[in-house]
Ligand binder design. Structure first.
Ligand SMILES: NC(=O)c1ccc[n+]([C@@H]2O[C@H](COP(=O)([O-])OP(=O)(O)OC[C@H]3O[C@@H](n4cnc5c(N)ncnc54)[C@H](O)[C@@H]3O)[C@@H](O)[C@H]2O)c1
Length: 270
C-alpha cells in the first residue's frame, strides 16, 4: 500500500546491484510513494549487475560514481540536480565491501591495503558524499540522509571481520556530520542497523546462513527483510520523522535488546 509519503521529493539511491539489494527494494518503495529518483553505483557494478532493469521500472537515470573518487560524486550531484531541476531531498547510502572478507583473510591477519580500501568504500564514502553535498548546497532544508549499518558496530560477530570496524566508523560519521549538517541546514543523518539479509554483500560473510538462522531465532519478531527495511527508509525520508537525526536505529525485529529466546534455549537443550 502507498501513502504518498514522498510526493514531490527527489532522491539519490546508491547501491542497487540486483533485485536482492536493499537499495533496489528502497528505490521501488520510494517510487511507489511518489518520489523522483536518480540511481548510482560503481562503474564495475553497472557492468555486472542489472540496474538498468530497475532504472526502467522506476523511470530514473543511472549516473555512475565510484564512491572512493570525489570527482565522481561531484559529477553525480551536479548531474542529479540538473536532472531534477533543483535540489535533492534524500540520499540512501547502501554501500559496503570488504576485501578481507571477500578474500577470506582472518581479522587478526588483515591485509591493510584491503582494510584501507574497504574503509574507504564502506565508511569514508558517507563523509565524502556529505562533504560534496554540503559544498554544492545540494540538499534541501530538512532533507534526510540514511546509511545502512549492522550491529557488529557494537557487538562482536567474529566472521564480520573488518566490516565491524567500518560500520563503527560509518555510524560515527552519521553522528558527527549529522551535527554539522543539522546546525547548518537542518539536514538529518541517520543509520539503520538492519537484520542479516540475503543479498550479494550479506552472503559474502563466512557462515552467513547460520548467522541468519541464529538471528531469526534471537529476534522476537524474526529477521527484518529487505522490503521491510525499504519501508523504514521511506519513513526516514518522509516529513513524519523531521526531528530524528544522528541516530543509529535498529531495524532487527528486537534482536539488539534480546538476551536469549525460548527458541535458542530449546536448541541448546537438544
Ligand atoms: N545484507 C545484510 O545482511 C546487511 C545487514 C546490515 C547492513 N547491510 C548493509 O546494507 C548495505 C547494502 O548492502 P546489500 O546487503 O543490499 O548488498 P549489495 O551487495 O546488494 O549492495 C552493496 C552495494 O555496494 C556497492 N559498492 C561497492 N563498492 C562500491 C564503490 N566503490 N562505489 C559505489 N558503490 C559500491 C555495490 O556495487 C553494491 O551495489 C551495505 O552497507 C551493507 O553493509 C547489509
Amino acid at each position: 500500500m502507498a501513502y504518498n509519503l514522498l510526493q514531490g521529493k527527489k532522491g539519490i539511491i546508491f547501491g542497487a546491484l540486483d533485485e536482492k539489494s536493499i537499495a533496489w527494494k528502497t528505490a521501488q518503495r520510494c517510487k511507489a510513494e511518489g518520489a523522483e529518483l536518480v540511481l548510482s553505483n560503481a562503474p564495475i557494478a553497472l557492468r555486472m549487475g542489472t540496474i538498468n532493469q530497475l532504472a526502467e521500472e522506476v523511470n530514473a537515470p543511472v549516473i555512475p560514481a565510484d564512491v572512493t573518487i570525489t570527482a565522481d560524486i561531484e559529477n553525480l550531484f551536479t548531474k542529479a540536480q540538473e536532472h531534477f531541476g533543483g535540489k535533492i531531498d534524500f540520499v540512501l547510502h547502501s554501500i559496503g565491501m570488504s576485501l578481507n572478507v571477500r578474500k577470506g583473510v582472518h581479522y587478526t591477519e588483515n591485509n591493510y591495503d584491503f582494510t584501507h580500501k574497504g574503509l574507504d568504500i564502506s565508511a569514508l564514502s558517507l563523509h565524502r558524499i556529505l562533504q560534496v553535498a554540503m559544498k554544492q548546497d545540494a540538499i534541501n532544508e530538512w532533507g534526510s540522509v540514511v546509511a545502512l549499518s549492522y550491529i557488529a558496530a557494537q557487538r562482536v560477530f567474529p566472521d564480520y571481520n573488518d566490516m565491524a570496524d567500518n560500520k563503527a566508523m560509518l555510524e560515527s560519521i552519521a553522528r558527527n556530520f549529522g551535527y554539522q549538517y543539522g546546525v547548518k541546514k537542518n539536514v538529518r543523518i541517520n543509520t539503520i542497523s538492519q537484520s542479516p539479509t540475503r543479498t550479494t554483500a550479506g552472503s559474502g560473510v563466512k557462515g552467513f546462513d547460520g548467522f541468519v538462522d541464529f538471528a531469526e531465532k534471537m529476534s522476537p519478531l524474526g529477521n527484518a527483510t529487505a522490503d521491510q527495511c525499504a519501508d523504514y527508509c521511506v519513513t526516514l525520508f518522509s516529513d513524519l520523522t523531521r526531528m530524528v537525526t544522528m541516530q543509529n536505529l535498529f531495524h532487527d525485529g528486537g534482536f539488539s535488546f534480546t538476551g536469549v529466546t525460548q527458541a535458542i534455549i530449546e536448541q541448546m537443550d537438544k
